[in-house]
Design a protein around this ligand. Structure first.
Ligand code: 1CP
Length: 353
């Protein structure tokens, strides 16, 4: 089998082992991250290509995962064009002057990656060069229009998305203009990351699960489709991920994904039925990584069986929780890599074993 197993799995080609990586695999759960990261704002860390390369490569070295994900954040393009967004430690993205009026569209001018985010491109080039000999691809990423819009409209993290929904339903014209601008930012950023050497991309629509299927179809799908369409000609796999999106999986697939990321609420075999023919990524509950090992082992085997061995990229159903013991993730990688795809049907003792 030629080529790397992560890219083969994205294309639903046979693999020697199911590939595995973890959302938020770099970050606070790693002592070497805490040592290298220092105390400054994450946006200044992201603007330092040497530090970004180090933070991106740390989990590859420690875990032997099959893909790296660029150390960055979903608000980087909006911050880079001067919208006015910060990332507050312990909170996440915050906006002092949230998006409210048509005039605010002017704060979202087009992104010029070489001018606005040269540090991202420098980091991607360095990381891709370092990973190439190991056959490990770098995943570039962006925030999907809805999830980024939710921060710009709410002014910070939200539980209800009340202001966001008030805008989409109350002034659909302005909402569609907003998500269209955000689609251009995400598409341009992702294309620049691919040109600099990223071998796959993931579009994070983390909070899309707040939407009904009808809201998703009317207010979100057109902009998200625009982002994923912009990547089609590159030929790199496009992963599309959200949390709590069981009822949206079909639409998320049709928006142009090659791989659909699934959280722990929907078993992967059921998810596969909803997305027709595409690969799946997921879906071990990140909270389970804090349980005793036998419970984790059982669930890893269940996820492998439900993933079916082909067209499955093993991951968590959302990001690594900061309290996770890195040793547990190491054991998860070893377990996934020790199970040949032909054995996953028997992996958890189901099917009469
Ligand atoms: O492996 C990695 O660590 C990759 C780095 C990464 C990624 C992929 C960071 C660094 N952010 C992201 C994407 C991101 N950022 C998402 C999508 C992924 C997901 O759903 O987890 C989202 C929703 C954000 C927004 C964001 N940025 C939050 C969430 C706030 C909320 O609404 O609950 C937070 C806490 C941040 C800050 C941030 N980004 C990244 C880190 C390591 C941190 C923590 C703060 C810091 O270290 O200063």
């Amino acid at each position: 089998m030629t080529g790397c197993r992560f890219l083969r799995a994205c294309r639903s080609e046979p693999v020697d082992r199911v590939p595995v990586w973890f959302m938020r695999q770099a970050g606070r759960s790693l002592p070497e991250y805490r040592a290298a990261r220092g105390t400054g704002s994450i946006l200044s860390a992201i603007a330092d290509p040497d530090l970004v390369a180090e933070l991106t490569l740390q989990p590859v070295r420690r875990y032997g995962v099959d893909a790296a994900i660029l150390f960055s954040d979903i608000v980087v393009p909006a911050a880079a064009v001067g919208f006015g967004v910060e990332v507050a430690p312990g909170t996440g993205p915050v906006v002092a002057d949230p998006f409210r009026h048509p005039d605010d569209l002017r704060r979202l001018r087009p992104l010029e990656p070489e001018v606005d985010t040269p540090y991202v491109l420098e980091a991607v080039r360095a990381i891709a060069a370092e990973l190439r000999p190991r056959g490990v691809p770098l995943i570039g990423f962006a925030g999907a229009p809805f999830t980024v819009a939710s921060y710009l409209v709410e002014g910070g993290p939200s539980r209800t998305y009340a202001r966001t929904k008030a805008l989409m339903h109350g002034n659909p014209t302005l909402w569609m203009a907003l998500v269209d601008r955000l689609a251009d930012l995400a598409g341009t950023s992702l294309l620049s990351q691919v040109e600099a050497g990223a071998g796959a991309v993931q579009l994070f629509d983390s909070w899309a699960g707040a939407l009904s299927p009808d809201e998703y179809r009317r207010f979100v799908a057109p902009a998200t489709t625009k982002v994923l369409d912009a990547l089609a000609a590159t030929g790199v796999p496009r992963i599309h991920f959200g949390v709590g999106t069981g009822e949206l999986l079909g639409q998320m697939a049709r928006a142009g994904a090659d791989v659909v990321g699934v959280d722990w609420r929907v078993p992967l075999d059921e998810a596969r039925r909803r997305i027709g023919g595409r690969a799946v990524q997921g879906n071990l509950d990140p909270a389970l990584c804090l349980a005793p090992w036998p419970a984790i082992e059982q669930q890893v085997r269940t996820v492998l069986r439900e993933g079916g061995g082909i067209g499955h990229i093993f991951n968590l159903g959302h990001g690594v929780l900061p309290k996770t013991d890195p040793e547990i993730l190491e054991r998860v990688v070893t377990l996934v890599h020790s199970t040949p795809p032909s054995d996953v049907a028997r992996a958890d003792g189901a099917n009469g074993a």
